[in-house]
Structure formats: C-alpha cells, structure tokens
Design a protein around this ligand. Structure first.
Ligand SMILES: [Zn+2]
Length: 282
C-alpha cells in the first residue's frame, strides 16, 4: 500500500501525547510504505532502540522534537517549533525535557482543582496518570477525559482548545513555555533544523512572525503542509517559504488514528530533498 506521501516530518508517539508506541508507529509506517519519518514528540527526544528499529524496517528516521512556545502572534497564539535532525542524546535535550516535566507537573496539579470547580465530582489524579501512562497530563488527556465523562459531546479538539483552554477560557491554566527564538536556539544547540509550524497562528500574522524569526532566530524552514492547513493556506505558506529562502517541511501531526492517519499529509521525496540534503550535511 502506498501512502499519500512518502515523507512525513511530524508525528507523535506515546513518549508524549500520541496513542502508539514508537515501535507501533514505525511498524505502521513500514506497512503503508512511508520512506522518511520524523518523530517529533513534545519536549522530549527518543531512544537509540527506535533508531535501530527504523533502520531494520528500511525507514529513514529523522530524530525530532516539537517545542511548544509561549507565542509570537499579536493575540498570543502559539508559534510552535519543530526540531528536525536533532541529537536525541544531547544533555541540553535532557535538561529541556526535565524543565518541561516540572512545568507540566505544576500545570497538572493546577488543572485538577479547576476541573472540580467547573464540573464537580471527583477527579482522582493517581489512577488517571496510571491510565495515561505518564507522570503528568497533557491538554489532550484532559480533553479525552472530559469526552469520556460526557462533558464535551460534539466538541472537536480544536474547538476545545479555542473555547475551553485558550487564555481567558474556563480551563486556562498558564504553563511556563520558552519563547520561539529560544526554542530555535535550542534546536540549533541540538544540531537540528528549526521549522516553524503555522497552524496555531492567524494567517494575517504569518508574514511578520516569519520575518521576525528569520531575523532574530535564524529560522530554517516552514511547515507548509499540515492537515489543518487548507489548500489555499498551503500555497500561501509555500510562497512565504520561497520569499524567505526557507526549507519546506510538512507532515500529518499524527497522534492516533481517530485524529487523522499517518502520512495523510506530508511531502514527496522531491519536495523534501532540499531539507533532507541539509540533514545529510555534517
Ligand atoms: Zn504536533
């Protein structure tokens, strides 16, 4: 079976908020014929076993990360940064992951009383953490639990983020995040290429945000393909990348099949070649 795209440079595993283990994602990628896959878990790298497993399956695995930032848009939207081709073993990555873990634990401790306040009932944390298999909760875990308890019938995840979680909304609990320029600097420290994601930014903000991050942060590329970008916005993003001499990136942002399949969105091998060539350079 041939996937729509042979190159998928954005996906998540159970190391962050994805449903499948890295091995399950790799096995599925191999099944559907993905050739190049970047694993970009939130704020955390992968392990050497994953790289070995990918090699055995004939998949070029690009070690990646997705760093959520505190926003660059004028209305405070997030401008998240993907790091592609990073060193998963770097001490600076371990330090980032540890700092994030602490911030996320603080957030988890603060969101539970908020849920009690909003919805009543009991929200015991220990069994919840055991169920999700993580030391802290992600926004997606809270969404899943609210759906499970029947509080969000018919509310899609994107609507949930906009109406329940955004600043000023009832479930907004601030979480310490780096600035986008600091995230780019970290990706460069880790030896990778820094790619700006566009889906949380208003298209009206794209040009000034990209210009600022090219000037202040030496941005390397732009994620021009993503399931949330319309065909028109993909074309607009591609034009913006060309205008600023940025590499093209793209992927499915796979988390679990219910949120959209792996490699449904991505790049052709030709489209990805300039980026893959940069990754091959020492
Ligand atoms: Zn993502």
């Amino acid at each position: 079976m041939t996937p729509p795209y042979p190159v998928d440079l954005h996906c998540h595993t159970s190391r962050s908020d994805g449903a499948w283990s890295p091995q399950q994602v790799l096995a599925h990628a191999a099944d559907i014929g993905v050739r190049v896959l970047a694993m970009t878990d939130h704020e955390i790298g992968g392990d050497p076993d994953t790289l070995t497993a990918a090699e055995a399956l004939g998949i070029q695995l690009v070690p990646g990360i997705e760093i959520i930032t505190c926003g660059r848009g004028h209305s405070g939207e997030k401008a998240d940064i993907l790091g592609l081709g990073i060193d998963w073993q770097a001490p600076a990555l371990a330090a980032h992951a540890a700092g994030n873990r602490q911030a996320q634990c603080n957030w988890t401790a603060a969101i539970v009383p908020r849920l009690v306040e909003q919805y009543g009932g009991h929200w015991p944390l220990e069994p919840w953490l055991a169920r999700v298999g993580q030391p802290f909760l992600h926004e997606g875990n809270v969404y899943d639990e609210l759906v499970r308890r029947g509080h969000l019938s018919g509310v899609r995840y994107e609507q949930y983020l906009a109406n329940y979680v955004a600043p000023g909304a009832p479930l907004h609990v601030p979480l310490q995040r780096p600035r986008a320029t600091d995230a780019i600097a970290l990706v460069h420290t880790l030896g990778g290429l820094a790619i700006l994601t566009l889906t949380d930014l208003d298209p009206a903000d794209w040009q000034p945000v990209v210009a600022a991050l090219c000037a202040d942060g030496s941005l390397d590329g732009l994620e021009v393909r993503h399931p949330k970008l319309s065909a028109e916005n993909q074309a607009r993003a591609q034009a913006l990348a060309h205008a600023h001499g940025l590499l093209l990136s793209g992927g499915s942002d796979f988390h679990k099949p219910a949120r959209g399949p792996l490699a449904q969105t991505g790049l052709t091998l030709d489209e990805a070649e300039p980026l893959l060539k940069r990754l091959r350079e020492p």
